[in-house]
Design a protein around this ligand. Structure first.
Ligand code: RRO
Length: 299
């Protein structure tokens, strides 16, 4: 069987299929379970400096080809989550802490105070005032936040980018200038659903973020554009639900992928994807590394 282990953004993963931030990242037990089910790494729900309830419900709705959410960054604060990270670590896979703040200083405070195997900076949540893409759509802010966390953290720093911009490469280059060890692409696409009987927006927050199958081609395009221009690795996320999706993202330039919405299929999705990936590599007589950016080398 071909080896699936990979060095990406300062971490060694036993395979390149990770649990994405958000879904199932709210407790140490669910993160541990994802690791035990075969995830190469797991990412927590985003953590801030103080507890947040999040947006009013409904916070998630199923739409054509995906999910629409506006959770609103609910979390117990980074201090309250350290114990959950320790529990998650017993699953045997690296635990990446997704963190958010409203300024470079807030991000740095969390990175100084929290112990994790890596940090994923949420500069891309599409529907939270003063957070996420409200900072992350400005290259200078992406660079400043990344630089501040790099100076404060004693673990690798990944930057999760927003697709809700005219030029994601500008944002990726800013993260690279700030010293990021990798970029993660993409967060959800800003979206909306309306109940036609009442005429009301369905989500409590009105606007939300679209994830799942519907956004995969957008993610593949973003990964490809980033891989063309960046020196640091790109981690792909957005609509990965099968081994074929994982292969496609790697061919676009991803060094590893993350699974979010497809967790609706259950924890078995990790073995399904890694098993399919192994068999594909064997059938094609390829090493994992040869997949990365194959489409860029062949276009
Ligand atoms: O919590 C959320 O509403 C949320 C976050 Br932090 C994010 O990064 N992306 C998203 O679609 N929702």
């Amino acid at each position: 069987m071909p080896s699936l282990s990979v060095d990406v953004g300062g971490l060694r993963l036993k395979n390149p299929v990770m649990l994405a931030a958000g879904i199932l990242g709210t407790t140490g037990a669910s993160l541990r379970r994802a690791a035990l089910a075969g995830a190469g790494g797991v990412v927590t729900k985003s953590l801030g400096t103080s507890p947040r309830e999040g947006h009013p419900g409904p916070t998630v709705v199923q739409v054509e080809c995906g999910l629409l959410n506006a959770m609103g960054l609910p979390n117990p604060s980074y201090r309250e989550f350290q114990e959950e990270i320790e529990i998650a670590r017993t699953g045997g896979a690296p635990v990446v802490a997704s963190i958010f703040g409203s300024s470079p200083e807030e991000f740095a405070q969390i990175a100084r105070g929290l112990k994790a195997d890596a940090f994923e900076l949420n500069l891309s949540c599409p529907h939270a005032e003063n957070y996420g893409s409200e900072l992350g759509r400005f290259p200078a802010m992406v660079e400043a936040v990344t630089g501040a966390v790099k100076a404060a953290a004693d673990a690798p720093v990944w930057v999760k980018l927003t697709p809700n911009t005219a030029d994601i490469v500008e944002l990726g280059l800013a993260a690279q200038r700030g010293g990021a060890d990798a970029v993660v692409a993409i967060n959800t696409l800003k979206a909306m659903a309306i109940d036609i009987e009442s005429g009301c927006p369905i989500l409590g927050n009105g606007l939300g973020g679209l994830s799942g199958q519907a956004i995969k081609p957008v993610a593949v395009r973003c990964i490809y554009e980033l891989a063309m221009r960046l020196e640091i690795p790109v981690i792909g996320v957005g609509g990965v639900g099968s081994w074929e999706d994982a292969v496609e993202m790697m061919m676009a330039g991803a060094s590893a992928v993350q699974v979010g919405t497809a967790m609706l299929k259950g924890y078995g999705v990790f073995e399904e994807i890694t098993g399919g990936l192994s068999r594909f590599l064997e059938r094609k007589s390829l090493e994992l590394e040869e997949l990365r950016f194959m489409a860029g080398r062949r276009s």
